[in-house]
Design a protein around this ligand. Structure first.
Ligand SMILES: *[C@@H]1O[C@H](CO)[C@@H](O)[C@H](O)[C@H]1NC(C)=O
Ligand SMILES: *[C@@H]1O[C@H](CO)[C@@H](O)[C@H](O)[C@H]1NC(C)=O
Ligand SMILES: *[C@@H]1O[C@H](CO)[C@@H](O)[C@H](O)[C@H]1NC(C)=O
Ligand SMILES: *[C@@H]1O[C@H](CO)[C@@H](O)[C@H](O)[C@H]1NC(C)=O
Length: 547
């Protein structure tokens, strides 16, 4: 087997990179918005892509009557529901990306502001919520669209109430559930099998809670390759060893003093973990948010403070990490940060003023920005037709598009006579890399191994109309996130080691041998989308299971 060497061709494509700020005149827009469905019956407050290509979505059971009925004429009686006690409408749907259709699911307990993670076997575990759902654990095991799989609920499962908590899948396949409203603790799923399990104290959450409005809910969690957790809450961040309940390291506070967590909702990502580097670099980025008192101001006197326009980058592997600040072309609160297969970061949804919370924001930011970490550059992208305010969400799809839904800043489903009516629609955003302009360099996965083992070789066969150079080729895996409230839980991207690339005779097909991830701390077991990226253009993703 020989390693392929192909002369580098000069890339001669019109790349519509927008200058910082406004799009240049006469520039071809390579990105695209499409309206997928004007209504899915509910507002997509929470979304999780499953490994069979379906996206499970839900809002809350106490919004009133949604625009879709429960299956089979079922109804739900809930004496504790604050909106309606007898409800025959559904609050969760299963969306099939390929056929662009959906069906109602039956969720009984209140899923409002909850959290989730997918187990290594592909079953979604979703935790907490409000009222009768605050201690619930729920499971959803993927099945075909025409089958009848549905939620299975365990209403009293959790050790504590979990409303606005964050989850992270752990290297051993368990899940850590951190915080929640007035919960300065964390717990592990499944529960350790002793009675009276209460979870473990986590004082950092008490310390970072602002008296007036917390500003540390939905803490940002990222699992680090040493098995510890990076935790960011309010303006502070630490490396936390959950096994011994010990703070291993505390970083400097993010400059500027603006809180970054709910309700001053910013967002965060862990940059791609690049296994092709000899030394694994770790860097996180936090973007957007709102000033400390913005929530109180919006809530009390309807004053809407301008959102934060800065991002902070922190290289955790530096000997003395310090924040490197960047300025976004647009200020943003409630933006969703997603890692694209290219390693660039899209920031989408949200508002320029106010905070999360009922009726608390104004001035929707309908233009996403794409951040290029390597050259520290933001591009302002095309505008969506819909404001996506509080309770909107976004997830990366296997075909490289970003699925966007939700937005409901009201206590009920309100479709008329309100600012920013409840959004039941689903849109897809296609980043520039999906443009036909790049078809000649776009890789296509023909076949690949479906199961990847740690440090074991695997094989992907691809075709590329015009192969440039092996230096521009990489294989990556992306974990599908549980997204809600501007936070993509469990999101991570790992660039895998390439062993060899060989051309199949004189054809356009190539055989790639690559190495499975090094450890379960780098890539916890489970289903990932695998992308081949060539000259900055990703293939469609293929599902692989890591075990
Ligand atoms: C509710 O669903 C009906 C179709 O079932 C549709 O005509 C209507 O526009 C939907 N309402 C909203 C607000 O999307
Ligand atoms: C995955 O594991 C969970 C917990 O053991 C179980 O309830 C579920 O049925 C499993 N899912 C599949 C697809 O086997
Ligand atoms: C929103 O909907 C609820 C329930 O249908 C209704 O009581 C309320 O008046 C609506 N609000 C507005 C501003 O229309
Ligand atoms: C890739 O192609 C080679 C033949 O060129 C074949 O032997 C191998 O099984 C293919 N790999 C997969 C994962 O299908």
């Amino acid at each position: 087997m020989k390693t392929l060497i192909v002369p580098t061709l000069i890339l001669c494509l019109s790349i519509a990179i927008l200058s910082e700020g406004q799009p240049l005149p006469f520039q071809m827009q390579l990105d695209r918005w499409e309206m997928l469905l004007p209504s899915i019956g509910i507002s997509a407050m929470h979304m999780q892509l499953l490994h069979n290509g379906m996206v499970i979505m839900f809002d809350r059971t106490d919004f009133g009557i949604s625009n879709i009925s429960l299956p089979g004429g079922m109804c739900r009686f809930d004496p504790s529901d604050t909106a309606i006690k007898f409800d025959c409408s559904a609050h969760s749907v299963l969306y099939d990306v390929v056929s662009n259709t959906y069906r109602a699911l039956k969720v009984q307990t209140d899923t409002w502001c909850s959290s989730g993670s997918v187990l290594p076997n592909g079953t979604l575990v979703q935790t907490g919520g409000y009222n009768d759902g605050e201690r619930a654990a729920r499971m959803f095991t993927p099945c075909g669209f025409s089958e009848t799989c549905d939620w299975i609920e365990f209403p009293q499962y959790l050790a504590q109430r979990r409303w606005y908590a964050t989850n992270q899948i752990l290297p051993d396949g368990r899940i850590i559930v951190v915080g929640g409203r007035r919960q300065f603790n964390f717990e592990i799923f499944p529960r350790p099998d002793y009675h009276r399990y209460k979870g473990a104290r986590f004082e950092f959450l008490r310390e970072t809670s602002d008296a007036s409005n917390e500003n540390n809910l939905y803490p940002f969690l990222h699992l680090l390759p040493d098995g510890n957790l990076f935790v960011f809450a309010n303006t502070r961040s630490i490396v936390f060893d959950y096994k011994t309940n010990r703070i291993v390291k505390e970083f400097p506070e993010i400059p500027g003093g603006d809180p970054r967590n709910y309700p001053s909702s910013g967002s965060s990502v862990l940059f791609p973990l690049d296994e092709t580097n000899n030394i694994l670099e770790l860097e996180i980025m936090v973007c957007g948010g709102a000033p400390k008192e913005a929530f109180q101001r919006a809530y009390r006197n309807r004053g809407f403070e301008r959102a934060t326009s800065t991002c902070g980058r922190l290289k955790l592997t530096d000997p003395n990490p310090s924040w490197e600040m960047e300025t976004m072309p647009l200020p943003r609160v409630m933006g969703d940060m997603l890692l694209l297969p290219t390693g660039n970061v899209i920031i989408v949804n949200g508002a320029e003023a106010g905070t999360a919370g009922w009726e608390n924001a104004r001035d929707p930011v309908t233009r996403p920005v794409i951040y290029h970490p390597f050259d520290h550059r933001f591009s302002v992208m095309s505008m969506s037709s819909r404001p996506r305010m509080y309770h909107s969400s976004a997830v990366l799809l296997p075909d490289g598009r970003v699925l966007i839904g939700g937005s409901n800043p009201h206590v009920y489903y309100n479709f008329t006579n309100v600012e920013y009516p409840t959004e039941l629609s689903l849109e897809a955003y296609s980043p520039p890399y999906l443009s036909f302009t790049y078809d000649t360099t776009r890789p296509k996965i023909l076949t690949s191994d479906k199961v990847l083992s740690y440090t074991r070789m695997f094989n992907v066969n691809i075709s590329i109309p015009q192969f440039l150079t092996i230096d521009l080729l990489s294989v990556r895996i992306v974990a599908p996130s549980f997204t809600t409230h501007s936070l993509a839980m469990n999101q991570r991207l790992v660039i895998l080691k390439l062993l060899s690339v060989t051309r199949d005779g004189l054809t356009n097909t190539y055989r790639i041998n690559a190495l499975g991830p090094s450890t379960a701390e780098i890539a916890p077991p489970g289903y990932y989308m695998m992308f081949v990226v060539h000259a900055g253009i990703p293939s469609s993703g293929a599902w692989v299971q890591i075990e």
